[in-house]
Design a binder for this molecule. Structure first.
Ligand SMILES: [Zn+2]
Length: 588
């Protein structure tokens, strides 16, 4: 009986996700939708903004639009793992369609579908591109900005097209999948850049040098009234002047425009119960807006609320993008100043992690929440939340991670030996400049010995993560021809530091690019080491004493014959002088 009941419940929920109740919405932005008879109706509008088109249909619409609109051009950024083009549309009134000519005005790059099930950005962007050009209702926006738009970033994930992609999300009816064809989450791939699609995007960012970078998503998580939430790394991040510009020049006009069109903008919310408090952190550089922050681009994460219907979300995204173009156009000079400040700034300390200040009182903010109740769950045995679909507002603490918890002093330059070719290739990909040695050179550097390395047993994004304790030592090191000297005195100096410092959470070391240096490679036979150990103790009574102390204090050591011999081996000149020596030198 119980089994039968559970089975029937399973069948029902598998066909229709059981989403919390909906608050009806009828915002003024509905007027953005064109008539059914309009020759430029987008595929999603034709489906009443309940559906989203496939890759081919999207590309076909854009190709037709580009053909009719002299202000548009389409370029492929590269191919995906399955061989699809990642398309970018360039919108420029003066037809400045090259990276060399486009910078007469601010350049905004927006991307949809990095998580392809979260595809609102694509359908909003198609409508906006049409209105900027052939329909002409928003043509004036291109007077002051140039707009780059990637409708579908994760093109392969987009074509894993199913009704069952997004269980927590209200539409579209059928959509793509979060990860790419190799199950990589592109929004964790900005630093290691494993995916072809990501390599294409990073090359595009480096080539086109956008002033603003916008990544369009849909949330999971709590219910609340906001339909569009957005944010960026704060002033404690890698680009304080840009964060200040976003805080003071950008947010208010965008919020105002969204409200005027019937939308409810809010801050990014990552807590389960916003009425009990919200928090904002700083994103690591493996994510889009953290990466943009490290590159000193004004970088924005947009998270539409998954429980709002698809039409409401698409129209909110349209209004958001439209006002972004307007505000960036109006504030071009102040944005340029903030960007220049950051690109010229050289910092003595690069933050690696942040925390909420210990004694800081959280600011109380107004939260537009949704009523909920907690009931005991026979399924989980814990309490479960039921969202009741009723708007409630209240004050709640806003915990902001504004304090730097860990940081690193960047080197004047990093020296990467020629043998680490794939590391140098990553520097090339990111556009980091360096000097390449044509002949070997000896240099005084600080290097670190990696003690007690820890490799995670579970993989994350195709890698086992590695951390270690660093013990610095000064060395005179010979770098062969082909080695590179990466100066941090360049606009991407912070990015270089984040990639090359082993304590950085997104360093190539922590992503496992240097694992081979962690294994011992030479060993000693016991019958060689035994008499040598005896001779060493005889020659050096202090060493003998140290050994005795170690025996007494370390039980595991005492019982491990190999470890005892190894202890002596490590103290001979035969021991690998480069054991666990991180091969990148720091010039200070
Ligand atoms: Zn997402």
């Amino acid at each position: 009986m119980l089994t039968a009941l559970l089975l029937s419940a399973t069948l029902v929920s598998a066909e229709t996700p059981i989403l919390p109740p909906l608050i009806p919405w009828n915002g003024a932005s509905r007027s953005l939708v064109v008539a059914k008879s309009d020759p430029w109706i987008t595929p999603s509008e034709a489906g009443d903004l309940k559906t989203t088109p496939r890759y081919d249909e999207t590309v076909a619409y854009l190709q037709r639009l580009v053909k009719a609109a002299p202000q548009l051009k389409m370029v492929s950024l590269g191919k995906s793992a399955e061989g699809r083009d990642v398309w970018m549309v360039i919108a420029s009134k003066e037809k400045n369609f090259t990276p060399q000519t486009i910078h007469g005005k601010p350049v905004i790059l927006a991307q949809g579908g990095i998580h392809a099930g979260e595809i609102d950005g694509k359908d909003a962007g198609l409508m906006l591109l049409r209105d900027l050009t052939v329909r002409g209702t928003k043509r004036d926006l291109l007077d002051r900005v140039n707009f780059l738009f990637v409708p579908i970033f994760n093109v392969d994930g987009h074509e894993r097209f199913t009704k069952y992609s997004r269980i927590n999300q209200r539409g579209p009816e059928v959509s793509g999948w979060r990860t790419n064809a190799r199950n990589l989450n592109l929004n964790r791939d900005y630093m290691k850049a494993d995916a072809e699609e990501m390599q294409a995007m990073i090359r595009a960012i480096d080539t086109w040098q956008p002033d603003m970078y916008i990544d369009l998503h849909v949330t999971d998580g709590a219910d609340y009234q906001y339909d569009l939430t957005y944010g960026w790394n704060g002033q404690a991040g890698h680009s304080p002047a840009i964060a200040r510009w976003l805080d003071t020049r950008y947010r208010k006009p965008v919020d105002d425009a969204l409200r005027a069109q019937g939308h409810i903008p809010g801050p990014l919310i990552f807590t389960d119960d916003p009425l009990a408090g919200v928090a904002s952190g700083q994103s690591d550089s493996r994510l889009s807006h953290g990466y943009g922050d490290a590159r000193h681009i004004a970088s924005i994460l947009v998270e539409n609320h998954s429980l709002k219907p698809y039409d409401q979300r698409v129209l909110g995204t349209y209004v958001f993008l439209e006002q972004t173009l307007r505000t960036v156009g109006a504030e071009a000079a102040s944005l340029r100043e903030a960007l220049t400040t950051e690109r010229n700034r050289r910092t003595a300390s690069v933050p690696l992690s942040w925390k909420v200040p210990d004694n800081g009182l959280a600011e109380q903010v107004d939260i537009l929440g949704i009523a909920s109740r907690k009931v005991l769950s026979p399924v989980s045995g814990d309490v479960r939340v039921e969202w009741l679909g009723k708007a409630v507002s209240g004050k709640a603490p806003f915990q902001k991670a504004t304090e730097v918890a860990t940081s690193v002093a960047p080197a004047r330059a990093y020296w990467v030996p020629a043998a680490w070719r794939e590391v140098i290739a990553k520097l090339d990909l990111h556009g980091i400049r360096y000097e390449k040695l044509s002949a070997p050179r000896e240099v005084e550097v600080t290097m670190v010995r990696l003690l007690d390395p820890k490799i995670t047993s579970a993989q994350f994004e195709g890698h086992a993560r590695v951390t270690a304790t660093e013990k610095p030592e000064r060395r005179r090191e010979r770098f062969p021809a082909g080695s590179v000297r990466v100066s941090t005195d360049q606009p991407l100096g912070t990015l270089a530091t984040l990639l090359l410092e082993p304590s950085s959470p997104d360093s190539l070391f922590q992503w496992g690019f240097f694992d081979s240096i962690l294994s011992p490679t030479e060993y000693v036979e016991g019958y060689i080491m035994e008499p040598m150990a005896e001779a060493m103790m005889k020659e050096d009574p202090r060493l003998a004493e140290e050994f005795q102390k170690k025996l007494q204090s370390d039980e595991q050591f005492r019982g491990d014959a190999r470890a005892r011999l190894q202890w002596f081996y490590e103290r001979t000149p035969w021991y690998d002088e480069r054991a666990r020596l991180y091969p990148i030198g720091k010039e200070e």
